[in-house]
Design a protein. Structure first.
Lengths: 353, 552
């Protein structure tokens, strides 16, 4: 990757609320012009990171830079008013007493009145809400409010855009289409963007970079597919996708699982390890091909694109449930041989659990 | 830079708080002073009577008002009977009648030469001494008239508590096998108790601060004692010491209220639960319910207002002249000025808490709101003492250095009055601003912040328009309270500066009851405005209690 300047950088940031530590020694880089997703379970501190970046929380430990300029360290902080960030709130926080146009032009008050309106209208046109300029927020649907909030945050052309769960208040269908629109708009403006979400699918769909947080720390950061394919911790492996779990001990560089033996190069002989198997690692072939682990197909649940399949593994009849693509699946009662694609099987020492 | 800005707000709010708490502190400090000769004289003669009368008044008004207010609140919240929807708001109407106005009208109505006794005599052919008639100019008389106009405090908070507790709690009790009566005493009443006691405490504090009614009905309490000691005996220090003791009474009431609540601090008013449909009353029971609601409404509002209207009609041509308009103008301008200033200060205090949010501004608000518990006459003493000292000091200084006399800068004009009103009614404005501000999501502040809008601008562009209705309500409440306030006005006013309240009191004191009615009626009429606003909010479910109730 060529040297892209970091648009937003947090270094060594820790934060506590009272006695509760919510962020511990967090380092985070959002490359300039990229869309980075901050992903994590609820309560992991990701919204606090966003509020620290915006300056809405007072920084306690560490340093924050925007476009290589320090905006906050322990002694000094630029207040949110002059930090030039655009923040879109989870509940949109549109001003109820102002029209849509006035909402969008609210942050443009350093400009003369007429160019203020022109710019606000441009921003509204970009999200396709120009027709609603004279409406009040309560007259809009959730999706429309979301777009106005986006236009309002983007209108002053902030150095960094911060989005807090921007799609969480919308139903599934609306989510998909608005996600596309939002993505397009952000790419057009070329703004450095940090988006907070708890939905791994959404994060992998939109992010250039993914930062996974847990318990106030960054667990792993990188390209979305790297996190999915090469998780460094069981938490990352579990959070980004489905996995079948087994516990076992390393014997001669291998772990025996009900799905067969799995190589465990990184673990010491005799260690207890956890084995995580992505469903797509399971390769089902006719029983006649021999080798592999023989399994009887049990209950089948058609989920549309995918099918939930129960396999009873021999010799102990150990049940395992997997979601597999619905094509060419064996029928209930038939016997299959299971092979594993080891690139989608992850082995971690149990102490990492 | 970021750290300086909130500091400026904090300093300003701290200054406001200190300024507003000066009168109470000045008065309390006098407890530590040696008790002088005048004090000794008071202690030997009247002090015991003041203590006894004040205590009985507080107890009497508290218990009578508690029964009236609590009973009507329960009826209106839980029963269905003819006229309930009207009684529900009409029972608040007595709130518009100042205690002195109801005292005047009942004194006129029930005195020997009044219409009631006269007609009794002519109907039965009695003459003086033939019959017994309750004496209105007595402690029981004072308790009754005051309870009749103050019970709405208990009614208002009790109604909120009874309707707010939703049917869920009592339905759960019923399904657990408890009958309706057991449910009432073990669930419904205990749930409403904190609110009703809070209302009772408010009522008692109002009774303690009353001056006009007890003075007119000839009941010697602390407020009348303070006035007499100040003006008749010319002993400011002894007056301050009396004030301090009265303050202790007030603090005792507040403490008792806190203690009785224990940890049951909140009654919830949620919009989600269904309202209980209520017990259907029929026949005699319905009639009794109507009477139970009609009696306090008549005693507290209909009869005294009718009397005032009657007197006004018979005398207005000689009373309402150019000077009357001038008194009205004095009242209105003082009230409006105070309302605007109180809102301004309250907004500053509340907003500084919102953006700075430290214990400093919390404490400032707490102190600034304390004045509401302090009776008007006590505040007057607490204002006049330091202002008078300031006047003398400035005057001496000017004489010494410039050879001229500055006269009475602070006590000679309306400054002292407005300051006294501000001290007394700041809590009302604070409560209104608070309840309005609480409804504005902090996300809106933050959104404005990230959009580059600074605190002062934010206040102007975001909060003032969003709070407009709340500010209007708060301003209205302060306005009416100032219009009604008698003792502070009486003591703090410049020489010959009359307001409607002062005029009503003076004419009544000169036994010109009928002539005093037009001024009193004007005050009642203005007082009706916030009551109507309040009663409209009762119509909706899930209302908040602004103003006085919000302070609790």
């Amino acid at each position: 990757m060529t040297a892209i300047l970091p648009g937003l950088e947090l270094a060594g940031v820790s934060h506590t609320f009272g006695k509760k530590t919510v962020i511990q020694g967090l380092d985070l880089i959002v490359p300039g012009g990229s869309l980075t997703c901050l992903l994590g379970p609820s309560g992991c501190g990701k919204t606090t990171v966003l509020r620290l970046a915006a300056g809405l929380e007072t920084l306690q430990v560490g340093q924050i830079k925007i476009n290589d300029v320090c905006v906050a360290d322990v002694n000094n902080a630029i207040p949110p008013e002059t930090r030039n960030v655009g923040l879109m709130f989870q509940d949109y926080a549109l001003f109820p007493h102002l029209t849509v146009l006035r909402n969008v032009s609210f942050g443009l008050n350093s400009l003369p009145a007429d160019s203020r309106d022109v710019m606000a209208k441009e921003a509204l046109a970009r999200v396709g809400m120009l027709d609603a300029a004279g409406f009040y927020p309560h007259m809009l649907s959730g999706g429309e409010q979301q777009r106005v909030a986006l236009a309002r945050a983007a209108a002053p052309a902030p150095g960094v855009m911060l989005l807090d769960e921007p799609f969480s208040g919308l139903d599934t269908e609306l989510r998909a289409s608005l996600r596309q629109d939002t993505l397009r708009l952000i790419k057009e403006t070329g703004a450095t963007t940090l988006m907070v979400t708890h939905d791994p699918m959404e994060a992998m769909l939109v992010a250039d970079n993914l930062v996974l947080m847990n318990g106030g720390r960054v667990v792993q950061a990188g390209l979305p597919m790297d996190l999915y394919r090469q998780p460094k911790t069981p938490f990352c492996a579990r959070f980004l996708g489905e996995a079948i779990e087994y516990i076992g001990f390393v014997r001669s560089g291998e772990v025996i699982t009900p799905l067969g033996s799995v190589p465990a190069e990184n673990a010491k002989e005799g260690d207890e390890v956890v084995v995580l198997v992505r469903p797509e690692a399971l390769n089902l072939r006719p029983e006649s091909e021999g080798q592999g682990i023989v399994a009887t197909v049990g209950d089948r649940r058609d989920l549309g694109l995918q099918t939930k399949l129960e396999l009873r593994l021999e010799p102990d009849d150990e049940p395992v449930h997997v979601n597999l693509l619905a094509q060419n699946l064996p029928l209930t009662g038939s016997k299959v041989a299971v092979f594993l694609d080891f690139s989608m099987v992850f082995v971690f020492p149990v102490r990492d659990r | 830079m970021r750290r300086c800005r909130p500091d400026l707000w904090q300093i300003v709010s701290l200054l406001i708080a200190i300024l507003v708490s000066i009168p109470a502190l000045v008065v309390l400090v006098h407890l530590a002073f040696p008790m002088g000769e005048v004090w000794q004289h008071l202690a030997d003669t009247v002090l015991l009577r003041y203590v006894r009368n004040t205590a009985w008044l507080a107890l009497g008004v508290g218990s009578v008002g508690f029964i009236i207010g609590g009973g009507t609140a329960w009826l209106c919240a839980n029963c269905r009977f003819p006229g309930r929807s009207i009684f529900k708001w009409a029972l608040l109407l007595p709130l518009a009648v100042p205690t002195y106005a109801i005292a005047f009208s009942y004194a006129g109505l029930l005195e020997y030469a009044g219409p009631l006794q006269t007609s009794l005599r002519s109907a039965f052919g009695w003459s003086r001494g033939d019959y017994w008639f309750p004496e209105i100019r007595s402690l029981p008389g004072a308790i009754m008239v005051m309870a009749c106009v103050l019970y709405p405090y208990v009614y208002l908070l009790g109604l909120a508590a009874f309707t707010g507790q939703s049917s869920n709690a009592s339905e759960v009790s019923r399904t657990l096998g408890k009958g309706p009566w057991v449910t009432f005493f073990r669930v419904t009443l205990p749930l409403a108790r904190p609110a009703m006691i809070a209302g009772t405490a408010l009522m008692i504090m109002e009774a303690l601060s009353d001056f006009g009614a007890v003075q007119y009905l000839g009941v010697d309490t602390f407020t009348t004692g303070i006035y007499r000691t100040w003006f008749a005996l010319g002993a400011p220090q002894a007056a301050a010491q009396l004030s301090a003791i009265l303050l202790l009474f007030v603090f005792a009431t507040m403490l008792a209220e806190q203690w009785s609540r224990g940890r049951a601090r909140f009654y919830q008013v949620t919009g989600r639960d269904r309202l209980s449909s209520g017990i259907e009353l029929r026949g005699t029971r319905a009639l009794l319910a109507v009477i139970a609601c009609l009696v306090p409404l008549s005693l507290g509002f209909l009869i005294p207002s009718a009397q005032l209207v009657f007197w006004t009609v018979s005398t207005w041509s000689e009373v309402v002249d150019y000077r009357f308009v001038q008194y009205a103008w004095h009242s209105v301008s003082l009230a409006a000025l105070t309302a605007v200033l109180a809102l301004f200060f309250a907004l500053t205090l509340r907003y500084s808490l919102r953006i700075g949010g430290s214990w400093g501004s919390r404490l400032s608000i707490r102190f600034a709101g304390l004045g509401y518990a302090v009776p008007g006459s006590v505040i007057a003493v607490g204002v006049l003492l330091p202002f008078g000292w300031l006047d003398r000091t400035v005057d001496e200084f000017a004489r010494e250095w410039f050879g001229t006399s500055t006269g009475l800068i602070f006590t000679g004009g309306i400054a002292a009055m407005v300051f006294g009103y501000l001290v007394r009614f700041m809590a009302v404005a604070l409560g209104a601003v608070e309840s309005a501000l609480d409804k504005v999501s902090p996300r809106l502040d933050e959104a404005a912040q990230t959009l580059g809008v600074r605190p002062v601008q934010r206040l102007w562009r975001l909060h003032v328009p969003l709070l407009f209705n709340g500010l209007l309500t708060g301003g209205l409440l302060v306005f009416v309270d100032v219009m009604k306030e008698l003792p502070a006005t009486l003591i703090l006013r410049p020489f010959n500066y009359d307001t409607l309240a002062v005029r009503a009191y003076e004419l009544a004191s000169d036994e010109l009851l009928a002539e005093s009615a037009s001024a009193a009626l004007a005050i009642v009429a203005v007082g009706l405005i916030p009551v109507i606003v309040l009663s409209r909010s009762i119509g909706r479910f899930g209302f908040t209690v602004p103003g006085k109730g919000g302070r609790v």
